[in-house]
Design a binder for this molecule. Sequence first.
Ligand SMILES: NC(=O)c1ccc[n+]([C@@H]2O[C@H](COP(=O)([O-])OP(=O)(O)OC[C@H]3O[C@@H](n4cnc5c(N)ncnc54)[C@H](O)[C@@H]3O)[C@@H](O)[C@H]2O)c1
Length: 253
Amino acid sequence: MANFANQVAFITGAGSGIGRATALAFAQAGAQVVVADIDETGGQQTVAEITEFKGAEARFIACNVANPEDVEAAVRQTVEQFGRLDIGINNAGIGGAYARLADQTCDDWNRMLSVNLSGVFYCMQFEIRQMLAQGGGKIVNLSSIAGVRGMIKGGPYSAAKHGVLGLTKTAALEYARQNIRVNAVCPVYTHSAMVDELISRSPEMEKRMRQVIPLGRFGQPEEIAQAILWLCSDENAFCTGQALQMDGGLTAG
Ligand SMILES: NC(=O)c1ccc[n+]([C@@H]2O[C@H](COP(=O)([O-])OP(=O)(O)OC[C@H]3O[C@@H](n4cnc5c(N)ncnc54)[C@H](O)[C@@H]3O)[C@@H](O)[C@H]2O)c1
């Protein structure tokens, strides 16, 4: 198991789902963890779960990733408290606005892009500035299988997640020589509030969603978290600019 002792992980959207599982996994592997989320209740719950691990340290910072001032302040507070920032997990994201392109509203488009794409951009900017100052770091961005394929009735989501991969690959090239590795994970349906909301609308839809995945099931947040830890680990130090598809075999076909 990778060891992240003496490393500080800044994780957005860690108040729920994949972000929470990732925060817990980093804490278990020895990291100090900053839980950055717009949802204080969920974020504090994650911190409470982390502090149950012996020796694990965590702090909640309220942060709306769509607001660059919030992101700048959150990264600054992280460094003030823990002295550094080694790992940035840009995970905060939203779903919703399921409609075909011609029926999408401009408000939904702007909302989706502001959180799922601009939010990742702002986080990367402030994380990278800090990593440059301290001599390196690791970033993992949450894209999606919708970041490598189209998504019927999910045009804005798919566009944002494709954009996340563009930012990931570009930053990997730009900062490789500064010892900053930047990768992405692309999960298929994974049990979380986001997906549970979607499938609660129709059991029939859940069945159809499960059937398209060769492994025959949805992912678990803990499985995505382990992929993220692996991408950040020193054992994986030659890997940068990659989009790891955590999709139960979907894109193999
Ligand atoms: N669950 C899936 O099937 C799936 C599949 C592919 C990709 N993803 C991506 O994984 C990431 C995590 O999703 P999840 O499934 O765990 O969802 P989730 O809804 O369980 O968690 C999302 C978290 O992000 C936070 N958040 C939302 N908007 C925010 C904002 N503006 N600023 C800060 N925090 C904000 C929420 O409060 C929540 O804690 C997202 O980027 C999502 O697009 C999820």
